[in-house]
Design a protein around this ligand. Sequence first.
Ligand code: PMP
Length: 327
Amino acid sequence: MQIKNILESIGKTPLVKLNRLFQKPGVEVFAKCEFMNPGGSVKDRIGYQMVIDAQKSGRIKPGDILIEPTSGNTGIGIALAGAVLGYRVIITLPEKMSKEKQVVLAALGAEIIRTPTEAAYDAPESHISVANKLAKELPNAHVLDQYANPSNCAAHYNFTAQEIIDDLGMVPDYLVAGAGTGGTISGIAKKFKELKPSCKIIGCDPVGSILGGGTDVSTYQVEGIGYDFFPKALDCNLIDKWVKTTDEPSFKWARRAIREEGLLCGGSSGSALMGVAEVLKDIPQGSKIVVILPDGIRNYMTKMLDNDWLSKMNFKEAILPNNIFSK
Ligand code: PMP
């Protein structure tokens, strides 16, 4: 296959049947492997979509500055598009996010400003406020704003959802996905529910975030999901049930997906798999479930992938023995 540039390889990710992780007779679980995107995550889709839509509408032009607050993956998506299409990219990134994301962003030419993780979304030092302030100060600078930009949901409505339907040959009975901006789950859910209103949408949200219920805001280690405010991109009306997730089981599910299915996914994928385990407790025979695996191990080589880190953080359950298959 020959393509015009790397951005054309975004999407069309594999939908992989899970064979070992869940053994529920009569139920099939499929994983949408978004970590196979060229920048390493589901957010390549919206980075590209937001840039080309803004370019088409005349809002931005090559040479302009794109500033985005992100947990890293949208930044990588925008920086990837920026590198190919010729934009200067500035990323505001909370301290919590991995060094791995930072160095990838830097290699793509993005300038990075780290912001305090604990800052409330509307505090002046938050990644969102810093990005907005900078956009006012710099000439020809724009915040594409993944939290509210309609191109976010549209990318998933038009592409991610359609790819799943095409590959499965039907709309699944259940969709399980984490929510950060909510663009992934809302965009896919909208398409699925239009075509099959009985399809159940399950959102996964960390304890410490308010998206899936609760008012307590606290820090957790899984990156990319959960917030202390409701982004416009998240349409809660489309979500049938929320599963509250926690760090240790999320990392354990991710490490199991790697070890037992060969899926080199990241921590929020583990949270979504934790959600699948919940859904399976009470599910009719013959159901098909699709779970979204948003990013991959590259972002977490010195974190979730490293047993020393898991041990130091006291996530010992996530450290799997090597010999899981020997009798
Ligand atoms: N997982 C990871 C690793 C992410 O970076 C993101 C995006 N913040 C998500 C899940 C959630 O995706 P969305 O913003 O579409 O809800």
